[in-house]
Structures are given as structure tokens and as C-alpha cells.
Design a protein around this ligand. Sequence first.
Ligand code: SF4
Ligand code: SF4
Length: 498
Amino acid sequence: MAQKEYDVPVLEDHLPTPHLQRDALAHVRSHPAKPELQKALGFPGELVEDWEAKAVAKLGELLQKHRSLRVYLDACVKCGACADKCQFFLGSGDPKNMPVARQDLLRQVYRKYFTAAGKIAPDLVGAKPLTREMLDEWYVYYHQCSQCRRCSLFCPYGIDTAEISMAAREILDHIGMGQKYTNEVILKCHQLGNNLGLNPAALRNTVEGLEEDILDDTGVPVRLPVDEKGADVLLVTPSADFFAEPQVDGLIGYAKVFHQAGLSWTLSSYASEAGNFGMFIGSYDHMQKLSARIRKAALDLGVKRIIIGECGHAWRAAYSFLNTTSGPWNFLDPKYPHPQHICEYTWDLIQKGGLNLDATANDDKVVTFHDSCNPARAAGMGGYPGGQFDIPRNILKTVCNKFVDMHPDTIREKTFCCGGGGGLLTEELMPVRIAGMKPRMQALKQVMDEKGVTHMAAICAICKSQFTGVMPRYGMDPYMIVSLHQLVNNAIQLGTKE
Ligand code: SF4
Ligand code: SF4
């Protein structure tokens, strides 16, 4: 099928603050969830009649529940420090994609219904009633925020637009205006345990195919066990790892690492998705229900330790929320009471001399690394500040002789979102995804031109899908994108250490 034509930003030798393009992305609207999908998730099927009262009541409930939300809505002084920090504004010039303007869509309504000044003198404090027009703006612009938290890094008050966007989406769901893409994924995960709708037989079949491929390539029988009771470790990985390129090469990389380490491990056909899209719609109920699958799988299989595969928001959900949503995890090995990231596991093994790696296997590549937003700004790694930046780079420098970083303003905690996170990875949002990818493409092009970079590694399934899907629009080769463990997979010398 021919690709639809969209405007693609021109990459320059720097990233200018764009001229304002009023309403540039106002027409780009996520497909709404159908009534049966909404109802299956416990939300109203369509917009409820008394939507204004219900939305305001839900906002009131969220303000009670999350003190941070009220602080974020009260604290903004309109200093403008966040205005040019969002990739969706930088790529489109649409002023409603400035973080402060995005926040204001909810803040105006908050002021009208929940502050004395907003009730007495609404015009003076920018308070506005929740009209149908406003509701539509919420729907459009809160689905153009990838909840990447970059803006919060530059805000002197630490105001987190991601939290505001999650609250807005939760309100929208509760009045019957859910988004099709995220809600479909959540339902599939509730029903079958993964985003793809892979049933246990299909999952087994897929990994058996991978085992055969590894045997053909290397002559070594590397296993990818499924539902193996009594295994020490449960690997929970994004379901894209089972079939998508380049994700699957990363999964093969994890399997080879476990094989060489002699680890007893298993996948679960019940908890076969590390991603938790409940987070994207701000629903702690759905987050909890989804993460309970991991708990049940761990208990049923009797594992002692949990490792999470390469997925940005899955790592945030595991690192920051798993204990509260589905703890206590007191049945795990006390040495590993929390889930570990696959990079933590591999780096630990490398440091102990447990892997035989030949970096010359990647000598045909000059590699750079894209920090994904959720590990970068919403989680950690290795138990020390900055571990989430150092550990993936340490592995890359071990398995590649040629590694270079991109511009310092675009990496580590200042990293840009790939443009597809937070529930945006859907075809109808393609103009938003293209615009949002501009800052990363700009930084990548710079190191390609100046340092000869040929490949960009990532540790997030969504980043990998977004990049491979959208890079051709920028005239770039989608095969430049590699899984970090794909490079480990290339370098590992099987049959030498086991
Ligand atoms: S996409 Fe990221 S930078 Fe933009 S408003 Fe949302 S959280 Fe802030
Ligand atoms: S940086 Fe913070 S205080 Fe300043 S405009 Fe943005 S959200 Fe408001």
C-alpha cells in the first residue's frame, strides 16, 4: 500500500525555535475507541449526556487523590522556560504543543471550577468553562503528548506535563471519549497477556522458530523456554520482541546471554507483555490489573527473580510502580527483590567476566545511542544516579569498538522522545509522529555527517518501531536502528564459555 504523503520537516545544521504555526496539528486526531471497547474496559461507551458535570467531578477526584496534580496546576508562573522544549512543538510550531499551553487546557478548567479567583473573576485568571470545544481540544492535544517529561526537566518548579496529560486522558475515558489505539492494547493485554494478541500456542511456536534460527546460525542449541516451572528467572519483555525487527534480534541477544551464563530462566505465556498501557491513559486500576499478571506468573512458575526486556515505559512501570501496583514481592530472592533491567543483568555479567564478547563483530558499524525518555527521566538503573545512562553505554562500548554520542543537549536526561511514545504509535497520528521525531533526527544526522555514524541503538520497543516506521520519511535507512542486545548478540562467542 502506498504511503500517505505528509509534510516532513527539513533538517538543518541546528535546531531553531520554530515560527508559530497556529493550529498546525489541530486537525490530527486519534481514532476514538468504539463503544464496545470502552465498555469492555469499564468506561462509558460514548460521550455521556452530563459530560461536563462528570468530567469536573472526575477532575475533583483526581485532585484529591494526587496532590501533585493540584500543585502542578497551581504552580506555573508562565516563565516560558518549557515553551521550546517539547519535540512536538519544535517539529510543528503549533503553539498548543508548547508544554505550558498544553497544561493550560486543563488548568483553565481547573481554575474555573476549583479556585475562588476563577469563580469570581474568571477573565482575570484565565479560567474557562468546560465547553464541547474545549473537550475536543483536550482530546486532540493530550493525545499529542508522549508523556516524555522533557519539559519538566527545564521547568523551575518541576511541573510534569506528563502527569497532567495522564489526568486529562483519564477524565476523557471516564466520560466516554477514549482513544482506540491505547484502549485496544489494554484490552488485548487483559484478555491474552500481550499487545499482539498472541495466544500461548502461537507464542510457543514463535520462540521455537527462533530457537531453530539460532541453531542454524550458530550450531549451538540455545533455548527460549516458555512456562517452565521452577526456573530461577522470569523474563518479561515487550511482545514486539517476539516478531518485530529489530526487536527480535534483541530477544535472541538476551537468550544468548542467559545461555552463556547458564541461567535457569523462562518466559511466561500468561504475562507475555512487559508494556503497561494503563500508564498512558492515567488509569491506576488498569495498570494494577495488568501488572497483577506478572505477579501471578511469577508465583505460578515459582521464580526467584524478574528481569525486564528492552522497553522504556515497561521499565518505568516495573521500576516505579510494580511494588505499589502489585507488591509485596517478598517471595522473590532477597538479593533481587525488585525487577532488574536486562541491561543491568548483562552489564553485571560482563563485569564479572561471565561473557565472551568479540567487539570486532560490530566493526562494520559506528554506533550511537538514543536514550529513551522513560528510563532517562522516570526510572533508574544500577542503583546509582545516572546508571540508566552509563550502563547501556558501558555495554555498547564493550561490544562495539566504534561508539560516539550525539549532541549533549539531546542525550541522557535531556534526551528527546522518539515521537511515538505515550500511546502515539498509531497510523492516524503520523503527522504528529513525524514532527516529534525532528529533534532526534537532527542530532542523528549531525553525527552521521560529522562522525560517520551508521547505526543507532535503543532499549525501547516503541522507539525502535517509531524509528523504523518514520525514518524513511526523513530519507534515512530504517535498518540503522538496532536493539542494544542485537549488538551483544553479534559479539557473543557461543560455545566458548558455557
Ligand atoms: S511530549 Fe514531553 S515535552 Fe512535550 S508536553 Fe508532553 S511531556 Fe512535555
Ligand atoms: S517552565 Fe514551568 S513555570 Fe515556566 S511556563 Fe513552563 S510549566 Fe510554567
